[in-house]
Design a protein. Structure first.
Ligand code: PLP
Length: 390
C-alpha cells in the first residue's frame, strides 16, 4: 500500500538532494572535522559551507549558528543559557501552547524555584501582546515564544514581542522549529536574540538542529566538552547531518515560494472540501495567520485516534490533537488552551503537508474522509443523541 504522508509537522522525508550531499561523509570522507590533517579538514570546510547555508536561510551570520542534535536541545540550551548568564533573574515568560521542549523544561525549572508565566491564547490560538507587556518584570530573564505552532500552524508575532522584551532589557528566544523553511525569517531585521531550528522538520535528517545566538549575546554552553562550535557546544560534529541540514536550508530558501503557493493551495483545497462535505466540522486556529502547510480540523463527536486508525488502514498518515495517556483520551494542551469545546477537541486531526504532496493525494483524502467520519459517528452515542436533539 502506498503512503499518503500528511504528517510533516511530526517529521519530513529527507530530500533526495540532501541525502546525496550527505552520503560521501559516512564512508568516504569520514575524517574528524577538527583534525589537523587535510582528510579531516575537508570535512571541516563542508561544515563551514553548511553554516553559511543555514545562516543564509534566516538572515544570520555564520558565526551566529551553533549546530546541535535537535530542536529540543536548541530550546533547552537557549533557556538554560539565559538563566545561567543572568543568575540574579528567576522569571521566565512563555506561552500555554509551546512544545514540550519548552513547557516540560519550564515545569522542571518551576520545581527548582523559577517563576514561570505562561501567556494565554484566545479561542483562535492568538496571543495578545498586552499580556506580555503586563507580565515582564525586572526579574524576567527570558521571553520564549514559538514562531509557528506545531498543532495549529498559528503564527505568533515574535518580532514585535522581541522588540517589547528588548525595551525592558529582557532576552528573547523563539522556537522556530515549525516556521523555518515555511515562512521568511530575516534575523538582520528583527531583535530576536536566540532561535531554534530542527533538521528533520525541513527535509534534513533527524539528529541535527541549530541554535542561533545573536552576535554579542552572552551564551553559556549546555554541552561542555571539546572546542567544537567555538566552545559553545562540545562533542564531535554530526558531519553528515550538518552537511545535509546545510543543503536542506539551501533548498528551503529556493522552495519558500512553493510552500506559500503550491502547498498552501493544496492545504486550502483539503480544508475547504472537508469542511464543505463533513457537517459539524471546523478549523482550529486563526485561518488568517497560519503556516501554509498546516490545518487542524475538528470533527464533532468522534475520537481523533479512531479517525487516525481508519485513515491508517488507507495509508493516510496524519496526527490527532488528543493523546491516549494513562487510559484516558486527553485533548492536547494546545486545544485546551484555546478552549476548544470538549466534543470538538477530541475529534481533531492535524494535516500537515509538504512540497512532495500531490493534488491526486489530496483528492484521495477528500474522497475518503467523509465516509470515515460518517462511519464513526454512526457508532457514537453522543452523535446520535445530538441528532435526536436537533
Ligand atoms: N519545537 C516544536 C515547535 C516542534 O514541533 C518540535 C518537534 O515536534 C520540537 C520543538 C522538537 O524538535 P526535535 O524533535 O528536533 O527535538
Amino acid at each position: 500500500m502506498s503512503v499518503i504522508y500528511l504528517d510533516n509537522n511530526a517529521t519530513t522525508q529527507v530530500a533526495e538532494e540532501v541525502l546525496e550531499a550527505m552520503l560521501p561523509y559516512f564512508r568516504e570522507f569520514y575524517g574528524n572535522p577538527s583534525s589537523m590533517h587535510t582528510f579531516g579538514g575537508q570535512v571541516g570546510q563542508k561544515i563551514r559551507t553548511a553554516r553559511e547555508q543555514v545562516a543564509a536561510l534566516i538572515g544570520a551570520l555564520p558565526e551566529e549558528i551553533i549546530f546541535t542534535s535537535c530542536g529540543t536541545e536548541s530550546d533547552n540550551s537557549a533557556i538554560r543559557s539565559a538563566l545561567a548568564t543572568q543568575p540574579d533573574k528567576k522569571h521566565i515568560i512563555t506561552s500555554r501552547v509551546e512544545h514540550p521542549a519548552i513547557r516540560a523544561l519550564c515545569a522542571q525549572l518551576a520545581n527548582q524555584g523559577y517563576r514561570i508565566t505562561e501567556l494565554p491564547v484566545d479561542k483562535n490560538g492568538v496571543l495578545d501582546l498586552e499580556n506580555l507587556e503586563k507580565s515582564m518584570t525586572p526579574d524576567t530573564a527570558v521571553v520564549s515564544l514559538m514562531w509557528g505552532n506545531n498543532e495549529t500552524g498559528v503564527i505568533f508575532p515574535v518580532e514585535a514581542a522581541a522588540v517589547m522584551a528588548h525595551e525592558k532589557g529582557i532576552l528573547f528566544h523563539t522556537d522556530a522549529v515549525q516556521a523555518a523553511g515555511k515562512i521568511p525569517i530575516d534575523l538582520k531585521k528583527n531583535a530576536i536574540d536566540m532561535l531554534s531550528i530542527s533538521g528533520h522538520k525541513l527535509h534534513a535528517p533527524k539528529g541535527v538542529g541549530v541554535l542561533y545566538i545573536r552576535r554579542g549575546t552572552k551564551y553559556s554552553p549546555f554541552m561542555i566538552g571539546g572546542h567544537q562550535e567555538k566552545e559553545r557546544r562540545g562533542g564531535t560534529e554530526n558531519s553528515p547531518g550538518i552537511i545535509g541540514l546545510g543543503k536542506a536550508c539551501e533548498l528551503a530558501a529556493k522552495n519558500m515560494d512553493k510552500e506559500n503557493t503550491y502547498v498552501k493551495k493544496l492545504r486550502d483545497k483539503l480544508e475547504g472540501e472537508l469542511l464543505k462535505r463533513i457537517p459539524q466540522s471546523r478549523v482550529n486556529g486563526d485561518t488568517g495567520n497560519r503556516l501554509p502547510n498546516t490545518t487542524n480540523i475538528s470533527f464533532e463527536y468522534v475520537e481523533g485516534e479512531a479517525i487516525l486508525l481508519l485513515m491508517n488502514e488507507l495509508g493516510i498518515c496524519a496526527s490527532s490533537g488528543s493523546a491516549c495517556t494513562s487510559g484516558s483520551l486527553q485533548p492536547s494542551h494546545v486545544l485546551r488552551a484555546m478552549g476548544v469545546p470538549f466534543t470538538m477537541a477530541h475529534g481533531s486531526v492535524r494535516f500537515s503537508l509538504s512540497i512532495y504532496n500531490t493534488e491526486k493525494e489530496i483528492d484521495f483524502v477528500i474522497e475518503k474522509m467523509p465516509p470515515i467520519i460518517e462511519r464513526l459517528r454512526g457508532m457514537s452515542p453522543f452523535w446520535n443523541q445530538s441528532c435526536t436533539n436537533q
